[in-house]
Design a protein around this ligand. Structure first.
Ligand code: NDP
Ligand code: GDR
Length: 378
């Protein structure tokens, strides 16, 4: 016989909100985004505002300006009330998350906030575990604390870094995980706590297992943006050489704007499921370098090997690319190649921007930015 009949939820709502039924509640379109100031947060905000959502974002207090990616979307509420509202908060602060959820009463929550740099996660492993792992639990529990677990649709920013060491390719929703960094391990916790809360509490909670996606808004220390910025600066004589780590690593690179559309589609489905978003193509870092420089009229020829390897401009003989071992990782993810078949079939999602167009858009944006800086200085 069942010795644990009708197990109640471990706690009942601590914050007593006056709530209508989930159907009435969801007549509104109110999104809450953690990580709104990041690359994906800014594209997702654009998409949701276009779709008529009221968008709320959690921003961290910073001594320097950290909302530049939202600048074109945000208007001072005193001058022009708009549908984007920002709240100070942090994924390490549970009370603050409960307060924001109770205040905003979102219909959709996108958990994009994270210490998202894989190499940095080796230096700040505990912090990364706290924010990227436990932070997800805090947000899910904030929703439950407010009694909103049946009202809110939840998106978790899971990652191809969960696959880590190659077990099989292409990697799909059924490929076993083998993370290779504190970041990947923290995200593994978040992946499973999202699945667990879906199964335990009937929450509409999805994991998007997203392969690398880039754009002109990509953080400057990720390899693609580091390459396109350096190529632009070198072409204008403002930088001499680009220093990189492992150029043999292969990634499945798409455009961030395509991927945020996939996130939104996951939350519009009748049932919550987990989906891979990827292009189904993989390219080595070395190829990203070659294509970026070629767009600016420089043909890279490689010579030497290992840490002695150099990329030389075939016309001038100048060394434009060198290896610096400080960028190597203690454990590397050598190959990522995703299979987006499930997302294509169920979500009707497909990437629009191909590899060459992505590189071109990023190079052109960085060239424009570098030129305007030169003009400012003159
Ligand atoms: P970014 O690094 O550009 O943005 C990360 C965001 O998280 C920023 O808004 C950052 O704020 C915020 N953040 C960092 N720490 C905290 C914290 N303690 N509390 C609250 N917010 C915090 O990442 P992306 O936009 O590229 O990625 C979005 C999410 O998707 C991340 O979770 C990432 O791990 C994941 N992901 C990304 C992929 C990619 O290829 N881009 C692929 C798969 C998953 P601030 O601006 O103040 O630093
Ligand atoms: P990744 O992206 O680790 O895949 O994580 P990143 O661009 O940092 O590295 C990609 C590959 O390039 C190699 N590499 C270098 N990387 C950086 N950052 N800097 C260098 O100088 C350099 N030289 C070579 C790396 O070793 C690696 O193999 C990104 C993040 O957005 C995560 O948050 C996200 O989950 C995954 O993508 C999917």
């Amino acid at each position: 016989s069942n010795i644990i009949p009708d197990v109640p939820a471990p706690f009942s709502p601590l914050v007593k909100l006056q709530l209508p039924s989930p159907e009435e509640y969801n007549k509104r379109k109110v999104a809450l985004i953690s990580g709104i100031t990041g690359q994906d947060g800014s594209y997702l905000t654009e998409l949701l505002l276009e779709k008529g959502y009221e968008v709320h974002g959690i921003i961290r207090r910073s001594s320097s300006f950290n909302t530049s990616r939202l600048h074109h979307l945000y208007a001072d509420q005193h001058e022009r009330p708009n549908k984007l509202k920002l709240h100070h908060g942090d994924l390490s602060d549970s009370t603050n998350l409960v307060y924001i959820i109770a205040q905003v009463q979102p219909t959709e929550v996108y958990n994009l906030g994270a210490q998202s740099h894989v190499k940095v996660s080796f230096d700040m492993a505990e912090y990364t575990g706290d924010v990227d792992g436990l932070g997800t639990l805090r947000l899910l529990d904030a929703i439950r604390t407010c009694g909103l677990e049946k009202h809110v649709r939840f998106y978790q920013a899971s990652t191809s870094e969960l696959y880590g060491k190659v077990v099989e390719t292409p990697q799909s929703e059924t490929t076993p995980f083998y993370p290779r960094s504190p970041y990947g391990v923290a995200k593994l916790y978040s992946y499973w706590i999202t699945v667990n809360y879906r199964e335990a509490y009937g929450m509409f909670a999805c994991n998007g297992i997203l392969f690398n996606h880039e754009s002109p808004r990509r953080g400057r220390t990720f390899v693609t943006r580091k390459i396109t910025r350096a190529a632009a600066e070198i072409s204008l004589g403002k930088q001499q050489c680009l220093y990189l780590g492992n150029m043999d690593a292969k990634r499945d690179w798409g455009h961030a704007r395509d991927y945020v559309e996939g996130m939104w589609r996951m939350l519009q489905q009748p049932t919550a499921e987990d989906f891979v978003l990827a292009t189904g193509e993989t390219h080595p870092v070395r190829e990203f370098v070659e294509k970026s420089f070629a767009l600016l009229g420089m043909t890279i020829q490689w010579r030497g090997s290992g840490v002695q390897e150099e990329g030389v401009d075939s016309k001038t003989g100048k060394v434009l690319v060198r290896v610096d071992s400080q960028y190597f990782r203690p454990a590397e993810v050598e190959l990522l190649l995703g299979n987006p078949a499930k997302a294509e079939r169920i979500l009707g999602w497909k990437r629009k921007v191909d590899f060459d167009s992505l590189v071109k858009e990023m190079v052109e944006a960085d060239l424009k930015a570098a030129k305007s800086l030169v003009e400012d200085q003159n």
